[in-house]
Design a protein around this ligand. Structure first.
Ligand SMILES: *[C@@H]1O[C@H](CO)[C@@H](O)[C@H](O)[C@H]1NC(C)=O
Ligand SMILES: *[C@@H]1O[C@H](CO)[C@@H](O)[C@H](O)[C@H]1NC(C)=O
Length: 355
C-alpha cells in the first residue's frame, strides 16, 4: 500500500510550489549505463563505519566548492548542480589533480536542453546521459555559470547568447573591444568524460537502500539525488525527520556526501549538499533521516563515474591548438585490497570510540 502510493506520487509531476525543477525530458531515454559490479555486492553492511563524510576524511575535504544556483538571477538548474558537483567530487577523491576540478554547468544549460534540462528544470540522470553521449563536459573555467538558458527571460538572460555553439562550449576574450579585442572559441580544452552511470531507488529496494547507498558513497564518492524542496526552504539546521507521504514527491536535486549516526535516537542520517549558497542550512548542507525515504531523498538516486579527465594542459594559444594531455580515471572501488584496508581502519576507530 505504502509503495503504491509513493509510486503514484513519483509518477505524477505535480507543480505544487515554486520548486518544480525535477523533470525528465523527452530526449533522456537511457537512465542507466554501466558494467562494473555495484559496491554493495562486495561490501557488507557491518564493514561500513557509523559515520563517514567526504567533507572530512581524516581532516581533509574531498568535496568541490559549494555552489548557488540562484544567482546572478533565479534559475532552476539544481539537477545540473547536483549531478556535476557529485561528479567533480569523484574526480577530487582520486587525488589525480592538485587543483580542484569543477565542471561547467553552463555548458550543460547551453547544449543539453533536450536531454538534460534548462533553468526550468531537468534531471541528474539526463545530465549524465547527455555528457556520456556528447563525449565530455568542459571545465568550469571554459564556460562559467551565468544562470541562463535559452527560454529564460529572467534578469539579464535575454541579453546573453546561450545557444549551443563552439563559443558557448569554451571561449576566451583577449582584451577590451575598444582596444581591438575579440572573444574567440577554444577548440581543445580541459574536460572530463563519463564512463558509467546508474541509479538506486527506495521503490525497488526499500529494505537495503541504506546499505546500497552507503557502499556506493564509501567506495566511489557522492551521489546525486532527488528531494522535496518545500519543507527545506525554512530549514535551520538539525536532522530532518519528516516522513509524511505527501512530502515524498521529488522536485529538487541535491547530492549525498556522507552519513552519520544520531547517538540520541540511534537513527542514521544522510549528509546532503544543496545548491542554495552557504548562507542556507548548515553551511549549504542539510542532514536528513536515512532509510525512510524522508522527503523522497532515496527515491531518485543517481551516480556517475568519470572516464578520463584532463590534468595537465599545454598553455593554450588563442587558436587552442594542442592544449591537453590525458589521465585516466582509476575507480577506487576496483582496488579491493586498499578498500578493505580502509574499512579495517574504520573498525579500529569504532572500537576506540565505544571502548
Ligand atoms: C588521497 O590522498 C590521501 C592523502 O592525502 C590518502 O589518504 C588517500 O588514500 C588518497 N586517496 C586515493 C583514492 O588514493
Ligand atoms: C578532452 O580532454 C582530452 C584529454 O583529457 C583531450 O585528449 C581531448 O582532446 C579533449 N577534448 C576537447 C574537445 O578538447
Amino acid at each position: 500500500m505504502l509503495f503504491s502510493i509513493t509510486l503514484l506520487l513519483a509518477a505524477v509531476p505535480v507543480a505544487l510550489g515554486r520548486h518544480d525543477e525535477y523533470m525528465v525530458l523527452e530526449g533522456h531515454d537511457v537512465r542507466e549505463d554501466y558494467h562494473s559490479p555495484l559496491p554493495h555486492t562486495y561490501i557488507s553492511e557491518d564493514e561500513l563505519p557509523d559515520n563517514f563524510n567526504w567533507g572530512n576524511v581524516n581532516g581533509k575535504s574531498y568535496l568541490t566548492h559549494s555552489l548557488n544556483q540562484h544567482i546572478p538571477q533565479y534559475c532552476g538548474s539544481c539537477w545540473a548542480h547536483g549531478a556535476l558537483s557529485a561528479l567533480g567530487d569523484r574526480i577530487k577523491i582520486t587525488n589525480s589533480s592538485k587543483d580542484e576540478i569543477d565542471l561547467s554547468i553552463q555548458y550543460v544549460l547551453n547544449c543539453g536542453t533536450h536531454m538534460a534540462g534548462s533553468c526550468h528544470g531537468g534531471s541528474h540522470t539526463g545530465t549524465y546521459q547527455f555528457i556520456k553521449s556528447k563525449g565530455h563536459v568542459p571545465y568550469d573555467s571554459c564556460m562559467p555559470y551565468m544562470a541562463c538558458s535559452q527560454e529564460s527571460k529572467e534578469g539579464f538572460c535575454q541579453y546573453v547568447d546561450t545557444t549551443c555553439s563552439a563559443a558557448n562550449t569554451c571561449k576566451t576574450c583577449d582584451t577590451f573591444a575598444g582596444m581591438g579585442g575579440a572573444c574567440t572559441e577554444i577548440d581543445y580544452y580541459p574536460n572530463s568524460t563519463i564512463s558509467e552511470y546508474g541509479t538506486y531507488s527506495f521503490m525497488t529496494s526499500p529494505k537495503d537502500i541504506v546499505h546500497k547507498l552507503k557502499s556506493e558513497i564509501y567506495a566511489r564518492g557522492p551521489v546525486a539525488t532527488g528531494v522535496n524542496a518545500e519543507p527545506l526552504v525554512k530549514y535551520e539546521g538539525g536532522i530532518v525527520t519528516d516522513t509524511k507521504l505527501w512530502h515524498m514527491m521529488v522536485n529538487h536535486i541535491v547530492s549525498i556526501v556522507g552519513w552519520g549516526l544520531d547517538e540520541e535516537t540511534g537513527n542514521d542520517y544522510w549528509i546532503v549538499r544543496n545548491s542554495w549558497g552557504q548562507y542556507w542550512g548548515e553551511m549549504g548542507y542539510f542532514r536528513i533521516l536515512a532509510g525512510k525515504n524522508s522527503l523522497g531523498i532515496e527515491m531518485e538516486v543517481a551516480w556517475a563515474n568519470p572516464g578520463s579527465f584532463t590534468v595537465n594542459n599545454y598553455p593554450c594559444f588563442e587558436n587552442g591548438e594542442n592544449c591537453v594531455k590525458t589521465a585516466y580515471y582509476k575507480d577506487p572501488s576496483k582496488d579491493l585490497d586498499s578498500l578493505k584496508l580502509r574499512l579495517a581502519g574504520e573498525k579500529t576507530k569504532k572500537g576506540g570510540v565505544r571502548g
